[in-house]
Design a protein around this ligand. Structure first.
Ligand code: KG4
Ligand code: ZN
Length: 341
């Protein structure tokens, strides 16, 4: 089976062709970074307009790179939430049009669940592997920080999330304050590479509550106050400050994740979402965890359509399908698939 994946939930216009095992025949992405840079963040109106301009080309190019034609597509999987509604609509309408014209099934995919399936794509240790559940999944992106217990394929239990900002957002705001555009994560990583991560002690978690809940607003504010109050050190020790801030965020992620992994007695930890591209996070978590830790291959850490296609194929195999009435949702929870009758 060949699945066409379409992903337009944020600012990247993406299409991919994947087979039902997770082999990637093509994975294409057109970044809109340059169009949003001057605004210091994503402008929703620009994002949807650019998606509308680019989506046709990106889909056709993904087919060309996979050496197939539209007629060879067996299923269309498209992200329909969570994300920017105007952006999601462009991908969903493209998916609908193709589904109608080609008479192929269409399935709407939750973007966050799609991220989980980045772990099962070709190149990952979990690709076509047999026994690895239950897995603890840490989703860390620009808009979400969640811990999910994955008991089996398509079977999830939400166990904790951030009560305020997402980890990626806290890094993006810090970078923005320093004058860098979106996304800030790769910039802070690069600046902090040579820095001393123990130069500044940023505060860790300070609230009592669920041991699996996160909070990043405190550290975000502390980071910005630090930058405001230490302009002299910012010019002489930027690498050290960036490394310290990054490490403080990673410490919070690791502390909560390892606690949940131990309490739920999982056999492995999977980290997905844009922040999973971070080298320091990977190295520190791998060093501290006693159980296997899985990260997606780098191109599948940040938003992509290959993960959407594979996730779509899993749902389709369970007998699920959408129709042309499919809608988009700015907020959407990960749901377990219904039990197959
Ligand atoms: O999953 P993603 O591509 O888009 C969303 O669904 O949000 O994640 C984007 C987030 C941004 O906050 C970005 O700064 C962060 O992932 N990010 C990183 C790195 N690459 C992307 N954060 C830290 N280190 C990176 N190398
Ligand atoms: Zn994402």
């Amino acid at each position: 089976m060949k699945i066409l994946g379409i992903e337009t939930s944020c600012d990247d216009t993406a299409a991919a062709v994947v087979d039902s095992n997770g082999r990637v025949l093509s994975n294409l992405l057109s970044s809109q970074e340059a169009f949003h840079r001057d605004f210091g963040g994503i402008v929703p109106e620009i994002a949807s307009r650019k998606h509308a301009e680019l989506i046709g080309y990106v889909i056709l190019e993904a087919l060309t790179l996979a050496h197939i034609t539209l007629q060879d597509i067996d299923l269309i999987a498209v992200t329909n939430g969570p994300g920017l509604e105007g952006s999601l609509l462009v991908g969903v309408e493209a998916g609908k049009a193709l589904s109608f014209a080609l008479e192929r099934p269409l399935i709407g995919i939750n973007h966050l669940e799609g991220h989980i399936y980045s772990l099962f794509l070709e190149g990952s240790p979990l690709y076509n592997a047999k026994a690895y559940f239950p897995l603890l999944i840490l989703i860390v992106s620009g808009g979400h920080t969640e811990l999910i217990l994955m008991e089996d394929h398509l079977k999830y239990r939400m166990i904790g999330r951030t009560r305020d900002d997402a980890a990626g957002e806290a890094i993006d705001k810090f970078a923005r304050f320093l004058g860098y555009g979106y996304p800030g994560g790769p910039v802070i990583e690069k600046i902090g590479q040579s820095g001393n991560p123990d130069f500044v002690k940023f505060p860790g978690l300070s609230f009592k509550g669920s041991p699996y809940e996160f909070s990043f607003s405190g550290i975000k504010t502390a980071g910005i106050y630090y930058l405001e109050g230490h302009s002299d050190l910012v010019s002489t020790h930027l690498a050290d400050i960036a490394a310290s801030y990054e490490k403080a965020i990673i410490n919070i992620l690791i502390e909560r994740t390892l606690k949940a992994a131990s309490d739920f007695n999982v056999s492995g930890i999977g980290v997905v979402g844009g922040v999973s591209a971070n080298k320091r996070l990977k190295e520190m978590l791998m060093a501290e965890s006693k159980i296997p830790v899985y990260f997606p291959q780098k191109p599948y850490s940040t938003d992509n359509a290959a993960m959407i296609a594979l996730c779509g194929s899993k749902h389709y195999k369970m007998g699920e399908m959408d129709n042309l009435l499919i809608d988009v949702y700015s907020r959407l929870e990960i749901q377990s698939a219904p039990v197959k009758k």
